[in-house]
Structure formats: C-alpha cells, structure tokens
Design a protein around this ligand. Structure first.
Ligand code: GUN
Length: 282
C-alpha cells in the first residue's frame, strides 16, 4: 500500500517558509514584486493568473498585474517586457502561456531578462540547468523534486523513468533527477516497449496528458509514482495520467490528482520570485 504524498501540505509548508523570508526582506526595506502579464481572454489562463496573484499576496510578494486585450501586438508586448526588464522594483516577469496565435511565444520568452525569468523558460536558464549552473528552474519539475525530498525519497543511484519530453516538464525533470544522481530515461509517444521500461523504474514520473494511462502493469513493486496529469475521466471527473486506485497497492509512494503535483507549481513560482528578490538586493 502506498504512502500518499500530500502536495497541498508540502506546498503550504513552502508558502509559510516564504512568508518568513519576505517578512525578513521587508524588514530590510526590500520588496519582492512579480509582474504577471495576461494577453487575451483564455478562461483557463484567467483562473491560473488569478491563483498566481492571490498566492503572491498571501506570502507577501507584490503582484503587478497587466491584463492586455487579445489584439495586443507582439511589438506592444515586447515593449512592456523591455520596460519591466529595466524596472528595479520588479524582480520577476511571468507571461502566461499560451499567447494569442499572432504572437511568437519564443520571441516573447527570449525577450525576458533571464534574471527575472521566474518561469525558468528562457534558453539561458534552460542552458544553465543542462550544464549544472544555478539559474531559474521550471516550476513543476522543481516542485516534484521538493515533493520527493520532503517525503524522504532517495534519488541517488535510483532508476528514474520520465514519460513525456516537453520543455516545461519532461526535459527539465530529467535534468533535475540527473542532478540528484538518479539514472534517468526519458520515454515518449514513440518509445518501444514502454510498459517493460516503466517496470524497471524505482521512480516513475508521468507527464503524458492521457487520463489513467498508467496502470499496475507499468509499475515495479515499491516504485515511487508521480502523476503530473490533469485530465478528465469518462465521467468528467478530474483525474491524472495514472490509474490511481489500480496502482495504489503496488507503489510505495504516490501523488494524488488533485492535491499532488498541482499545488507545487505555484509554490515554486513564489520560491523563484523570492530568490530573485534576494539576488537583486545583494
Ligand atoms: N501556462 C501553463 N502553465 C504555465 C506556466 O507554468 N507558466 C506560464 N507562464 N504559462 C503557463
């Protein structure tokens, strides 16, 4: 029977630690401030942005809100980013994705000062992660490392399989596990004999976006199972990429959906914002 990794609790612990940090910074007259830019009316993005702004306020990070109309030009958005790059009062810049189709996301991510790139999406930060230098790291995979560490899961020497190779989750996840001395394999939709491969994993990270795709046949006895999915089952109920009930008795640790990986993404965004404020106030 698996031990449940409570992401809600661990994220709350991190937020409390950050609240103490921002209070310490405030006592020195320093303030952490995150610029949150939303372009257009994507309903899911609106919810994410609201949650991010609320979480900032809760831990004492000022949020600077920019809600721009759908027809904002790329040049206008780049101009705003340039202004924020040079604004000493702003130490983090987040442009909510996806952007409207007429805007080139790569151009926008490239325009953000890497020292304010609290999403960890800028190629400079991705490059730093890949060669082991300090920099901002994408929030979902760094949140997963925190879940594992704070649950006492040993990564050193273990076999980890990551299913999914996205720039935001799969690839940085693999690099972070490697940094923890795990032996890492990245699997994806073209991987042959996926089940057999997953059955070798001491730590299995699932980020494929297919409801309940991974069942007990993919799991080694005693494996640690981390579910990054946010899907809907046949009844429209929120579920993950892992068939939780089917896997539960075989795993040693498992993250639920909701309440596992999800809450960690915002917690690590806040962590990056506070880290940025500390760096810029040296
Ligand atoms: N859209 C979905 N997830 C994210 C995220 O982590 N950061 C940003 N900027 N946009 C997103």
């Amino acid at each position: 029977m698996a031990q449940i990794i409570d992401g809600k609790k661990i994220a709350a612990d991190i937020r409390n630690e950050l609240k103490e940090e921002t209070a310490r910074l405030a006592a020195e007259g320093k303030e952490a401030a995150l610029a949150v830019i939303l372009v257009g009316e994507n309903p899911a993005s609106k919810v994410y942005v609201r949650n991010k702004k609320n979480a900032c306020e809760e831990v004492g990070i000022k949020s600077l809100s920019y809600e721009l109309p759908e027809n904002t030009s790329q040049a206008e958005l780049l101009e705003l980013i340039d202004k924020l790059n040079h604004d000493d009062k702003c130490n983090g810049i987040l442009v909510q994705l996806p952007l409207p189709k007429h805007i080139d996301e790569d151009a926008v991510i490239n325009a953000i000062d890497p020292d304010k790139d609290v999403d960890g999406f800028h190629p400079v930060n991705v490059g730093k992660l890949s060669i082991g230098l300090e920099g901002f790291v994408s929030c979902t995979p760094s949140g997963i490392i925190q879940l594992l560490k704070r649950s006492g899961v040993e990564m050193d020497g273990k076999r980890a399989v990551v299913i999914g190779r996205s720039n935001i989750v799969g690839k940085p996840m693999a690099l972070l596990l490697l940094r923890e001395n795990a032996t890492v394999t990245v699997a994806h939709s073209h991987t042959n004999e996926l089940k057999e491969l997953c059955r070798q994993a001491d730590i299995l990270i699932v980020a494929i976006g297919r409801a309940k795709f991974v069942d007990h046949e993919y799991i080694k006895d005693g494996a640690v199972v981390i579910d990054v999915g946010m899907d809907r089952d046949e009844n429209g109920k929120l579920c993950g990429d892992v068939d939780y009930d089917d896997v539960f008795d075989k795993a040693s640790f498992i993250t639920p959906v909701p309440g596992g990986v999800g809450p960690m993404t915002i917690a690590m965004l806040l962590y990056n914002c506070v880290a940025s404020a500390k760096d810029q106030s040296r």
